[in-house]
Design a binder for this molecule. Structure first.
Ligand SMILES: Nc1ncnc2c1ncn2[C@@H]1O[C@H](COP(=O)(O)OP(=O)(O)OP(=O)(O)O)[C@@H](O)[C@H]1O
Ligand SMILES: [Mg+2]
Length: 243
């Protein structure tokens, strides 16, 4: 089975002047596994994903991804093998859906100006194919600022998959989507895990957890209250979520 794709060991974190948001969090995620992080609003899910991506440094403890320790990197030095879909999406609003998707290939094939001027044909084809799988091929050439919230969410997912990542960190990326679209997105995630990627996602959608989780981690008040592999009983999750 090998080393875990990512490991968080006894990590704590506080934002300036606030009480601790994460307190001694430990868990690991395996390649080819969908890990779902659950927890009430404010329990620290987004903060935890930011630690894993290296956007925030743990105050104590350690985070390692793909065998290397993550420390808050200098700007522009984030690990390109780790795709991160933030809760706030982080798209370039003035660029089209297609161009935003192609940006995902940036870390693999070159610098932004060269890529955006003349994206290689295979990358363009792949980007269009991903947008098609996500049901928004017809929006490919529209600026993202003219798309709906759910359509933007799908562009952010296409951009992440363009990276051909080994770890996908996704923060509530299927909230507010219709059931058909979220099923298609989960099947894209399944394809990524079949190719050996580790998917770590936060969600509040219990149906999605029941159907697609290989591993569930529940945060309560910044600490892990449940860490189980397989599909846990709903009652067990409910108990772990309760404050
Ligand atoms: N930039 C920040 N500065 C100060 N406090 C913050 C900041 N970001 C988050 N917090 C606080 O940290 C705590 C955890 O926030 P976080 O965003 O990690 O929660 P979450 O579990 O992702 O919640 P949600 O389900 O609403 O997305 C909250 O109390 C929040 O107010
Ligand atoms: Mg959040």
């Amino acid at each position: 089975m090998g080393d875990p794709a990512l490991r968080v060991r006894d990590a704590s974190f506080s934002y300036a002047r606030s009480h601790p948001v994460l307190r001694g969090v430990s868990f690991h995620a395996l390649a080819a596994e969908v890990t779902m992080i659950l927890g009430a609003s404010g329990s620290g899910k987004t903060t935890l994903l930011k630690l894993v991506k290296g956007l925030l440094p743990p105050r104590t403890g350690e985070v390692s991804v793909l065998g290397a320790r993550v420390s808050a990197p200098r700007r522009g030095r984030l690990d390109p093998r780790v795709a991160y879909i933030p809760q706030q999406l982080g798209l370039v609003r003035s660029l089209s859906a297609l161009d935003n998707t192609v940006v995902g290939a940036l870390s693999r094939i070159g610098t932004l100006p060269s890529l955006m001027r003349i994206p290689p044909e295979p990358e363009l084809r792949h980007a269009r194919e991903l947008l098609g799988r996500l049901g928004i091929a017809h929006k490919a050439d529209e600026p993202v600022q003219e798309l709906s919230g759910g359509e933007r969410q799908r562009v952010a997912i296409a951009r992440a998959l363009m990276q051909r990542p080994r770890v996908i960190l996704a923060d509530e990326f299927i909230s507010d989507l219709d059931p058909l679209t979220s099923a298609e997105i989960m099947s894209l995630m399944r394809e990524a895990t079949a190719e050996g990627a580790a998917v770590v996602m936060t969600t509040h959608e219990m149906d999605v957890v029941r159907e697609h989780a290989d591993h569930v981690v529940v945060l309560r008040g910044g600490a892990v209250s449940l860490d189980v592999r397989g599909a846990p009983e709903a009652a067990l999750i409910a108990q772990a979520l309760r404050a």
